[in-house]
Design a protein around this ligand. Structure first.
Ligand code: UN1
Length: 496
């Protein structure tokens, strides 16, 4: 009998009030049941928010350096438990161990970065226009934050949201993706072990339509951070707009790598394999378009196809595996839907395109790394996010055309250019309409201490990571202190 996990509400591990659970299975082997997790309802969420309000009252008064100390201990525990967490994560999410170790490392980096921010969290002291008067600002906590996280980075993305929210003095209600509930369960255990006061964090498992929407709609949750699809982000955005909530959205991508005729093709080959097929293409930052200069197109694409065909599919916990499964059957069917779209549009399949045969991979949601050439800019295959191991190659004749194709999608997360010409590289940094651009590296690989996010339909102007995220999770308080002993009127008395 598989273990039944609980929610963490009001300082205790508790069963869902409705008694309902969902199953969490290994996507590489559906007979491997990891556990049953609460399929919670509105009442659980209500209780969590009530408790988080109490947690906030306590935590907001804890000095920021002391809040940082808790996060430093969280970082230490993540270091100690890196291997255990990576293993649990691969088991429920599927990506290979090297990647889940990287996912934990991203959480460690985020913890240590946030910990030191506890001793900065700078405001400004600004000269006043009046004598004997001070003007200054400080960063003030906001309240209960509602965090909704996706499946593809089961630890890193929850930490990107939780750690800065906590450092700034807010309390947290988190609803992790129902595909990867175990990793956040382990993370909450670590937060408690590190000494976070229990009511400061609440974990409510369940579905987006029930728990997620109740969280977004709750009047006592003034801050929402969501990573997921652009369609869901639009719905959340409407609610938050109506309720005047602060909202950070990280959504879809259709990221491109440009390979110019002067590129180092060996380097570009390594980059495209990692960018397109790492995490089985299930990153917001995945390279799903390859824009290649016609002078090197045929040569380069032939090498990409051979190398993609040689990638070994399998259980991410086995050493020989390069590419794990998709997250679930529905994701695999979505990929297959786009295989149909590609055929209708006359794109040329150069490798992959099918579920792998054979018994070894029969009980997981595997799909062959797939490459299409002859993909037209503007076609559905080139425009829509697939979130799977499907790479679309577009042939171009110049840098200008490449930049136009890169920019011709509704998303704007990351982009990349391979070139040995420094002028082309810098032009790209200026021209490519994305939140992140890489030179001579693929579209993935963002570091925790830099801002992360995209333009256009990828985001709504906020950034995660780096220094900017601390502004999202805090309010600016402006303080004026007049110690002149007289009424001094700004804009008036000093301009008599
Ligand atoms: C995501 O795909 O949602 O840059 C996050 C990267 C990772 C983060 C990706 N560090 O690919």
């Amino acid at each position: 009998m598989a273990k039944s996990f609980k929610n963490f509400i009001a300082g205790e591990w508790v069963e869902p009030r409705n008694g309902a659970y969902f199953e969490n299975r290994n996507p590489a082997d559906e007979s491997d049941l990891i556990g049953r997790f609460p399929d919670s309802g509105r009442a659980d969420l209500e209780a969590a928010v009530r408790s988080a309000r109490r947690g906030f009252e306590l935590w907001r008064r804890t000095p920021a350096p002391a809040r940082g100390d808790v996060l430093r201990r969280v970082g230490d525990l993540l270091v100690q438990q890196k291997e255990k967490l990576a293993d649990a994560m691969t088991r429920e999410m599927g990506k290979v161990l090297a990647e889940t170790r990287g996912d934990v490392q991203e959480g460690i980096d985020t913890a240590f970065y946030a910990a030191t921010e506890g001793r900065r969290l700078f405001g400004h002291v600004v000269p006043s226009e009046l004598a004997n008067k001070w003007a200054m600002t400080y960063r003030r906590p906001i309240g209960v934050t509602g965090l909704i996280t996706p499946f593809n980075f089961p630890l890193a993305i929850p930490t990107w949201k939780m750690f800065p929210a906590l450092l700034c003095g807010n309390s947290v209600v988190i609803k992790p993706s129902e595909d990867v509930p175990h990793t956040v369960h382990l993370l909450v255990e670590i937060l408690l072990e590190a000494g976070l006061p229990p009511e400061v964090v609440q974990l409510v498992h369940g579905r987006g339509e029930s728990v997620g929407s109740a969280l977004v709609e709750h009047p006592d949750v003034p801050v929402i951070s969501f990573t997921g699809s652009t369609a869901t982000g639009a719905i959340i955005g409407e609610t938050c707009g109506r309720m005047h909530k602060r909202l950070s959205l990280e959504m879809g991508g259709k990221n491109a790598m440009i390979v110019m005729d002067d590129a180092d093709l060996d380097l570009a080959l390594d980059g495209i394999l990692w960018g397109a097929f790492g995490t089985t293409g299930q990153r917001c930052t995945a390279t799903s378009r390859l824009i290649v200069h016609r002078k090197v197109h045929d040569r380069f694409v032939a090498r990409v196809a051979d190398a993609a065909a040689a990638l070994r599919l399998g259980d991410g916990r086995q050493d020989k595996t390069d590419v794990g499964p998709l997250i679930h059957e529905e994701a695999r069917r979505k990929v297959e839907h786009y295989i149909g779209v590609a055929e209708e549009q006359g794109a040329e399949l150069v490798t992959g395109g099918k579920r792998p045969g054979g018994k070894r991979l029969g009980s997981g949601y595997f799909f062959q790394p797939t490459v299409y050439t002859g993909v037209k800019a503007g076609s559905r295959l080139e425009q829509e996010e697939i979130f799977g191991p499907v790479l679309s190659v577009v042939r171009v004749g110049s840098y200008e055309e490449a930049a136009r194709v890169n920019n011709g999608v509704k998303y704007g997360l990351s982009s990349s250019i391979y070139t040995s010409n420094v002028n082309t590289a810098f032009r790209a940094l200026q021209d490519l309409d994305n939140g992140i651009t890489y030179v001579n590296a693929p579209t993935i690989g963002a570091e925790a201490h830099l801002p992360f996010g995209g333009v256009k339909a990828t985001g709504n102007g906020h950034r995660e990571g780096g220094w900017e995220v601390f502004e999202f999770y805090s309010e600016t308080k402006v303080c004026y202190v007049d110690f002149s002993g007289a009424l001094q009127r700004a804009q008036i008395d000093n301009y008599d």
